[in-house]
Write a protein that binds this ligand. Structure first.
Ligand code: NAG
Ligand code: NAG
Ligand code: NAG
Ligand code: NAG
Length: 307
């Protein structure tokens, strides 16, 4: 979750980026994203420079700098592609602001990072604080005219190799599909608080459209039921090093080369990323993002449900 200050900064960035391609459109004239690297479609790099190296982006060529943390498209890219073509309506900035969609994808970094320093019980006590910072941020956008909000809940972070490697050394914290029990419980607890907050905000901000999106259920489903949904691997990273079950090494990220035990090793991509749910041990593949976005767009995972 971005701090208040970074929300301000993001708003400024998004307003200045309006004519650029990464301000997505679907049934809204614009969509502004507040999230982490799972949903970032270039804002960070457009603002601060830099980019990612192959094999990032190998599956889908955007004809623009490689700034997505995936082998291809992210959730937002798929949601946006529903609008078919990138119409660049030059609406006045205020209209973009008011009619635009504000999407949030939060929690992950705030919650998981804390597990390195404090106990599970202590992490749970921090959740109300994190959601209350989020509440302040959303109200600020509302005060500035924003009315349409999609709030993605936190995914099953306990099923992500980057987290399983450090926190899975205790076998009693691993469930029968190989995910971290406490980390997923913390995500669910965060999501319960977030849902209650969304309901409260809906009552308070009557002219706003606030939709809670249960991304956890979709991503957990594809992780657990991967073989039914056309995937061969639900948890194991496509791009990484170390082999099964996780193919992830904290010291050697996807695409990088480093000396290990006297020889140079490279964390390479798998042969077919379309049968993997996880791309680089942290982010989802193009194929998994495509599945997730198709499920989001059914409306079944919205609260309130919209079918
Ligand atoms: C959580 O928020 C409350 C009220 O704002 C504050 O008193 C408390 O110190 C916060 N706790 C932490 C651990 O930040
Ligand atoms: C899991 O996904 C399948 C296929 O998309 C769907 O039929 C099923 O309802 C989903 N289950 C849950 C719990 O979302
Ligand atoms: C897996 O799929 C089955 C059958 O479609 C469904 O009942 C179950 O809820 C799914 N599991 C998860 C974790 O979504
Ligand atoms: C390096 O060697 C150690 C000890 O044999 C081994 O545990 C480790 O997995 C090796 N690292 C890599 C990246 O192969």
């Amino acid at each position: 979750m971005p701090s208040k200050q970074s929300l301000h900064k993001n708003v400024a960035i998004f307003l200045t980026c309006l004519p650029l391609a990464y301000c997505i459109e679907f049934n809204y004239p614009a969509a502004f994203n507040f999230g982490d690297s799972n949903s970032d479609t270039g804002g960070i790099y457009a603002a601060f420079g830099g980019g990612l190296n192959p094999p990032y982006g190998q599956t889908f060529n955007f004809h623009e700098p490689l700034v997505r943390f995936s082998d291809g498209r992210l959730l937002l890219d798929f949601l946006n592609s529903k609008a078919a073509e990138r119409r660049r309506k030059y609406l006045p900035a205020e209209e973009y602001f008011e009619k635009g969609l504000y999407m949030f994808d939060i929690g992950q970094n705030d919650i998981i990072g804390r597990f390195h320093h404090i106990s599970y019980e202590e992490v749970l006590t921090l959740i109300p604080n994190i959601t209350s910072i989020f509440e302040d941020g959303l109200k600020e956008l509302y005060d500035q005219g924003a009315r349409n909000f999609w709030i993605h809940n936190m995914g099953p972070v306990g099923c992500i190799p980057m987290n399983i490697v450090p926190f899975g050394t205790d076998p009693s914290n691993i469930d029968d599909i190989g995910c971290l029990i406490k980390q997923n419980k913390a995500a669910k607890s965060f999501n319960r608080h977030l849902l209650l907050l969304c309901k409260k905000l809906k009552d308070k901000l009557r002219d706003a459209k606030i939709i809670y999106v249960d991304v956890f259920t979709i991503k957990y489903n594809v992780t657990v039921n991967h073989s039914k949904l056309g995937f061969e691997q639900g948890i194991k990273a496509c791009c990484g090093i170390g082999g099964p079950p996780l193919n992830y090494n904290t010291d050697l990220e996807c695409g990088r080369t480093k000396m290990f035990n006297g020889s140079l090793r490279t964390a390479r991509e798998c042969d077919d990323s379309s049968v993997y749910v996880n791309w680089d041990g942290s982010h989802y593949t193009d194929a998994a993002n495509k599945y997730t976005s198709s499920q989001i767009l059914t409306g079944k995972y919205f609260d309130p449900p919209q079918e």
